[in-house]
Design a binder for this molecule. Structure first.
Ligand code: AMP
Ligand code: ZN
Length: 470
């Protein structure tokens, strides 16, 4: 039985699809005004792991919906919707392009980055700009049910005090939310009745692009209403799992829950699951902090992008992780070693998987996605002298359907030894061979140490130097 930590109940919960074998998952998607950094991708990997564990280990049919925010995410990320500018429009102005052109470009990049990390595509990627009618219908329902009201300028606000369990996900209770002074002055001016109310629909000034006509005037959607409208439409009035990064707990998910539950009259999301942040240099990876790493930076340094995926798996999704190039180099070495071992084991006759290891791997995944234990178990299996090579091959190939590391990539291929080497090692080996020919033993020794640091062990024999990994 799969158990995941549910942010709302604050404990591990058993995940049983409400509808037989169909698990319905909604994953908050990207805001497509910039490249996704690898921290964003870590959060998308959480959704992918739930999908893969569901499909492979539980034989569920998983339906995954992930939204593309191409309008309506304001630049002020504190969660307090100021009259701030839309991130899309800011990017459009900076890049001197049409906002939709920007959105399509970064959406395509996002899909490419996900593919590079073997994050399986969602069943549907609804775009906010193409779901305006759904949002308007939902806003109308909230107005009809008395959960929303129209402000003086044609913006529509959700009445936070009409939803008594506000704060259940994040613990931020309405009575504790105090307005900042900037907010108090700006927001309540538009006919907003309470500082914690938020805009479902925002009135647009004359200058703004990306606006739509509504019964209340020209405007554009708030960010939170997008996820309510899309999830209710694509997954129905109850669905199993909702994922996102931990920063989305408040206000995004709190507001989404208030909107969705108020519209249908019951709890919509059965389990809220949040991934902790990826840090770099000890701080949350974010464009505003200036510490972002992109997939292409990883590739430019000569690493396999799946080394990043393996690095993420060395931590648990609900723990922060700090990305370092050393850690990535280590993951890259392990990835290459495992691929070459799997290719080697594949040459032995196939033997049934070892039931004990299979059970331990299943249990670790089911235990709130304990991927560190999965990796330790695989390292143990790798070295276990009692297990036949053919059985190791079958077990690694099977569990890779969840790990998504392309561990069988080299099976049956002519063995290109140089491809197994970590980045930079081939050049060091060449230099060392040259030092030996020149009888520069000190340089050769120094290079041997450098290579050892990369996980390459060099041996000198009568036919020159040879090397092994690990
Ligand atoms: P955005 O494109 O800003 O809407 O973010 C997309 C997803 O990435 C959201 O689920 C965020 O919570 C998540 N996210 C943002 N920064 C990080 C980070 N440093 N580590 C992990 N997830 C993040
Ligand atoms: Zn969302």
């Amino acid at each position: 039985m799969l158990r995941l930590t549910d942010t709302r109940t604050r404990q591990q919960e058993e995940i049983r699809p409400e509808k037989g074998h169909r698990l319905r998952v909604y994953a908050c998607g990207p805001t497509v005004y910039r490249f996704q950094h690898v921290g964003n991708l870590r959060t998308f990997l959480l959704g992918d792991l739930i999908v893969r564990v569901g499909e492979t280990l539980h034989s569920w049919q998983v339906q995954l919906v992930q939204n593309i925010t191409d309008v309506g995410h304001l630049a002020d990320d504190t969660g307090i919707e100021l009259s701030g500018e839309d991130k899309m429009l800011l990017a459009a102005r900076e890049e001197n392009k049409d906002p939709f052109e920007i959105a399509r470009f970064y959406e395509a990049q996002f899909l490419e980055d996900c593919a590079a990390l073997n994050i399986k595509p969602a069943d549907v990627y609804p775009r906010a700009s193409e779901c305006i009618d759904l949002m308007l219908a939902l806003i109308q329902t909230l107005l009809d049910k008395g959960h929303a009201y129209v402000g003086t300028d044609g913006s529509v606000y959700f009445d936070a005090r009409s939803f008594p369990s506000y704060g259940a996900i994040s613990g931020n209770r309405l009575e504790d939310l105090r307005p900042g002074h900037r907010q108090a002055a700006e927001e309540l001016a538009d006919g907003k009745r309470f500082h914690a109310d938020w805009a479902l629909w925002k009135y647009a000034g004359a200058q703004r692009q990306m606006v739509w006509d509504t019964p209340w005037g020209k405007g554009f959607p708030g960010w939170h209403i997008e996820c309510s409208a899309m999830s209710l439409h694509h997954l129905g009035e109850t669905f199993d799992v909702h994922t996102g990064g931990i920063d989305l707990r408040f206000p995004h998910h709190e507001d989404e829950r208030a909107q969705s539950n108020s519209a249908v009259g019951h709890e919509v999301v059965r389990h809220w699951v949040h991934g902790e942040h990826l840090l770099a240099e000890g701080r949350k990876m974010a464009k505003s902090t200036g510490n972002v790493v992109l997939v292409r930076d990883v590739v430019d340094r000569g690493y396999d992008p799946l080394a990043l995926r393996l690095f993420f798996l060395t931590g648990r999704y609900r723990q922060q992780m700090n990305l370092t190039w050393d850690a990535l180099a280590g993951a890259d070495r392990r990835l290459r070693r495992w691929r070459s071992k799997v290719a080697e084991w594949a040459e032995s006759p196939s033997t049934a998987m070892c039931a004990d290891y299979v059970q331990r791997l299943r249990d670790a995944f089911d235990d709130d996605l304990d991927t560190p234990t999965v990796l330790v178990t695989l390292s143990e299996l790798e070295k276990d002298g009692d297990i036949p090579a053919g059985s190791k091959f079958e077990t690694f190939a099977w569990i890779d359907r969840v790990l998504g590391l392309d561990l069988v990539r080299d099976v049956g291929r002519p063995h290109d030894v140089a491809a197994d080497l970590p980045a930079g090692a081939a050049e060091l080996l060449q230099r060392r061979a040259a030092s030996r020919s020149a009888k520069d033993w000190a340089a050769a020794d120094a290079l041997r140490e450098q290579l050892a640091g990369l996980g390459v062990t060099v041996n000198d024999g009568p036919d020159g130097q040879t090397w092994t990994l690990g």
